[in-house]
Design a protein around this ligand. Structure first.
Ligand code: 8GP
Length: 825
């Protein structure tokens, strides 16, 4: 049976006419309007409600089956889930997209306009959060029992605007007018303690016990977002916790005239789920952040235990056989001492037995090696917010150092202090990375090279202690969202060529290689690329008022703004190209549009300066008639999942130019290559594996390798050598000090030049510049060979099977979770 057929059976047959009737019914009886006066939002709401009829049915079937079969499940703990929009995704996964499209067309509504009504669910910053979203899509698609746990932020990642080229942050109010894809579950509310003190006392049996007297209780209200697997058979949930005050209103205080005081506790409690921290790869280090982490972990563990007890009562012996918890980075590491607290203090379990359960339950994924991202909390703060957890951490640490470390390195205090969860120093700190490794059963990095560096550079002693603990799971992306839904024309061409089974078995795309040299197929493939570029051209015009030519090379860099990702290396090269054009306006050059999308953390000054510089260079270049439109630069504001879905299908070139050793994996690199963009990249993260899979002749690799970066740093890197050694670099850097791009305001861009020179160029942009510039020439030469380019693009689509999130999830299942799929009737 084909997948399409199975889907049809799973959700029951529904005709466009029936779907249309359902939409009208919801318009009338759910939203109190009618087809004559419904707003766009009302149409979208009614369509979502019609769609949800199928979702809820499958959701309860799934939950019933998992309960009856008492399945082992994985619980994905993540502070971030960058879901994007759900309407189109859920329609596709249920096999209802075409049906809905027809139904809406009959109602004179364009489905693409309709789905644009949905705000992105931007409960994440970047790679880590989007990976979590791809993973829960795969888990449901592969019919694996799984729950995502996170925070129901009232405001997701800020909305970015540009004002005179500067980034301005505005609040994101994604659910201001409600959101049809979440269900509040008041029946599963949890009470969470924080602050207070610990009392040591004797219990009736004369044993020393600890009692935590919390200073405050916060209420956790769960919201469930259904996660619809492709084919719609399994619908798992993403459970997100909203914080509320327990004493909703303090009437005593209110009656005595203290209105503000009465509100105070309310406000403080609700602040916890108010807003997502907008930092990507940096540590916020704030009290509220620690409370956020504890709040969602504690709610989730209570929820898991409540569910476990329904089937197993007070028998804990099966707990770790039933429950796997994956810690998405160290952010949820506090779950480890929390489970210990529940087992030892509440369930009265003996320490060793509790510790065994903990270690069997948790696993930890590391997503970055950047030191500024490795979380540490001051002992002082811990003592204030989570006093009992601090004691438990001390005890975990004492036992670990005295038994395991001392057995391996007897008397070696240097190693002990390195592996200790507590960092001694001026301010004593709790190292969440060490806690995560010590309390987990497996630790994984997210691409081969990254996992190797986790072992060799980040945790070498831990690796010596437990070699089997460390493993790799290379990231992946869901082809349902990142090809089928976002690139419908290419998907149809693929369906026609290799059949329609590829969304659940991406290896099938490999068969496209037979068509890579077929002139007719090449034309069809490149025509679609062109149409996607035309569509993006309109978006660019709308967002920036810049006209770009769809026959130019669309060269795209989309990712968070960070020095290590080197958007400023891209900028240096753009300025060099511009300069070459000014010196030689008749220079033979394929017109190129450089397209950026990136948000900078609000407190990251240099990142914001880079955005400003790109915008200023763009203004100048785009309006300079001397260069005859050969070069355009656009920075699209408010980069987010839904904008990525419009940009990726239109990309010719994918910029993956991080300093080698810094980008753990990257996932945008995978989405772009899957949609036929040619990568220009360093040998970093998953780029290395992409090059292996698609073939070195179908990517352009440049720059220093991980080992060369290390060697250069060791030998002493001096950016001034490149400044004085390369006339073009010098000229471009000096340009930043002038007012050429900021008329009347010289020096506005100097911070960028300074970062390269006085700042020491920590990410080696100058060292890699020449090689990058050569790489860009290679891109251009390749592009001129139309047939060769089409072949490479097709082979990129064909050979990306490995980077499918279903494969990643299968690796997690095999190497870490040992989970079995479960068919839902
Ligand atoms: C990112 C990595 O930078 C990226 O290479 C990788 O593909 C992605 O994780 C998924 O594994 N890391 C983060 O987004 C990250 O560390 N963010 C945390 C601070 C929020």
């Amino acid at each position: 049976m084909t997948k399409a057929k199975e889907t049809e059976m799973a959700i029951g047959k529904i005709t466009p006419k029936q779907f249309k009737e359902s939409i009208i019914k919801h318009l009338n009886s759910t939203f109190g309007t009618d087809i004559n006066k419904a707003s766009k939002k009302a149409w979208w709401n009614a369509t979502s409600a019609a769609l949800n009829e199928f979702v809820y049915d499958r959701l309860s079937q799934t939950q019933k089956t998992h309960f009856e079969k008492d399945t082992r499940a994985v619980h994905y703990f993540s502070l971030e889930f960058l879901m994007g929009r759900l309407t189109g995704n859920n329609l596709h996964n249920l096999g209802l997209f075409e049906t809905a499209k027809k139904a809406l067309t009959e109602l004179d509504i364009d489905i693409n306009t309709l789905v644009d009504e949905e705000e992105d669910m931007a409960l994440g910053n970047g790679g880590l959060g989007r990976l979590a979203a791809c993973f829960i899509d795969s888990l449901a698609t592969m019919e694996l029992p799984a729950i995502g746990y996170g925070i129901h932020y009232e405001h997701g990642l800020f909305r970015q605007e540009f004002k005179d080229g500067h980034q301005i942050e505005r609040p994101d109010s994604w659910r201001e007018y409600g959101n049809p894809f979440e269900i509040r579950r008041p029946e599963s509310i949890q009470d969470i303690p924080v602050y207070g003190y610990v009392e040591t006392k004797f219990n009736d049996a004369g044993k020393v016990v600890k009692e935590w007297h919390p200073g405050r209780i916060i209420k956790g209200v769960p919201w469930d977002v259904p996660v619809v697997g492709y084919s719609g058979k399994t619908v798992n949930v993403l459970r997100l916790w909203e914080s509320r005050a327990t004493n909703f209103f303090n009437w005593d205080v209110f009656n005595s005239g203290g209105y503000h005081d009465a509100h105070k506790e309310n406000v403080e409690s609700e602040t916890i789920s108010k807003v997502l921290y907008p930092n990507d790869e940096t540590d916020a280090g704030k009290e509220l952040r620690l409370i956020q982490q504890y709040f969602f972990c504690a709610c989730s563990l209570k929820d898991i235990i409540r569910r476990y007890k329904r089937a197993h009562a007070d028998d804990w012996s099966n707990f770790s056989a039933q429950v796997a918890v994956q810690l998405n980075d160290t952010h949820p590491a506090i779950a480890i001492p929390e489970l210990m607290r529940i087992l030892v203090d509440r369930a009265d379990m003996d320490w060793d037995q509790a510790w065994k359960i903990c270690r069997e339950t948790f696993s930890y994924t590391n997503h970055t090696l950047l030191p500024e991202a490795l979380e540490k909390w001051s002992v002082r703060l811990f003592e204030k917010v989570l006093p009992r957890h601090l004691e438990i951490i001390y005890e975990i640490n004492r036992r670990f150092l005295e038994s395991e470390v001392d057995a391996k390195w007897p008397g070696d205090n240097a190693i002990k202090s390195k592996l200790s969860i507590i960092e001694e120093g001026h301010e004593r700190m709790v190292r969440m990375g060490n806690l995560s490794v010590i309390g987990s059963n497996k630790v994984n990095g997210v691409a081969e090279v990254h996992s190797a560096l986790v072992k060799s550079d980040l945790f070498p002693e831990f690796n010596a202690l437990w070699t089997d603990k460390f493993t790799n799971v290379t990231n992946g992306v869901t082809p349902r969202r990142w090809l089928k839904a976002c690139n419908p024309a290419l998907s149809k061409l693929i369906d026609k060529t290799v059949g329609d089974q590829w969304p659940t078995n991406q290896e099938i795309l490999r068969d496209l290689d037979k068509k890579a040299d077929d002139a007719k197929f090449q034309k069809a493939y490149m025509d679609i690329k062109h149409e996607n570029k035309v569509a993006l051209t309109k978006v660019i015009k709308e967002l920036t008022d810049v006209d770009v030519d769809p026959s130019a090379i669309f060269d795209i860099q989309i990712k968070r703004l960070h020095e290590y990702k080197r958007q400023h290396l891209n900028l240096l090269h753009i300025m060099a190209l511009y300069r070459r054009l000014l010196q030689n306006p008749t220079m033979d050059m394929v017109p190129r549009v450089f397209i950026f999308g990136a948000k900078a953390a609000p407190g990251y000054k240099l990142a914001k300066d880079i955005i400003y510089a790109i915008n200023k260079v763009a203004d100048k270049v785009n309006n300079d008639e001397r260069i005859g439109g050969k070069l355009k630069v656009v920075f699209l504001p408010n980069y987010r999942v839904s904008l990525a879905e419009k940009m990726i299908p239109a990309a010719d070139v994918s910029e993956q130019i991080s300093t080698a050793g810094k980008e753990a994996s990257g996932t945008g690199n995978m989405k772009l290559a899957l949609n036929g963009a040619i990568t220009i990249g360093t040998l970093d993260g998953a780029n290395i594996e992409i090059a292996e899979e698609v073939g070195e002749e179908n990517v352009v690799i440049f720059g220093l390798t991980v080992d060369e970066v290390k060697a250069l740093k060791k030998q002493g890197y001096n950016p001034w050598d490149y400044y004085y050694g390369n006339e073009e670099i010098k000229a471009v850097l000096d340009w930043f000090d002038t007012d050429y791009f900021t008329p009347g305001k010289p020096g506005e861009l100097s911070s960028i030049k300074n970062s390269f020179l006085d700042g020491g160029d920590p990410y080696l942009c100058l060292a890699d510049f020449e090689s990058y510039s050569e790489g860009q020439k290679e891109i251009e030469a390749k592009y001129k060979d139309k047939k060769g380019w089409a072949r490479s693009a097709i082979l990129n689509t064909a050979y990306m099977g490995k980077f499918n999130s279903d494969r990643s999830i299968q690796d997690y299942v095999d190497r870490i979770w040992k989970l079995k799929s479960c068919t839902v009737k």
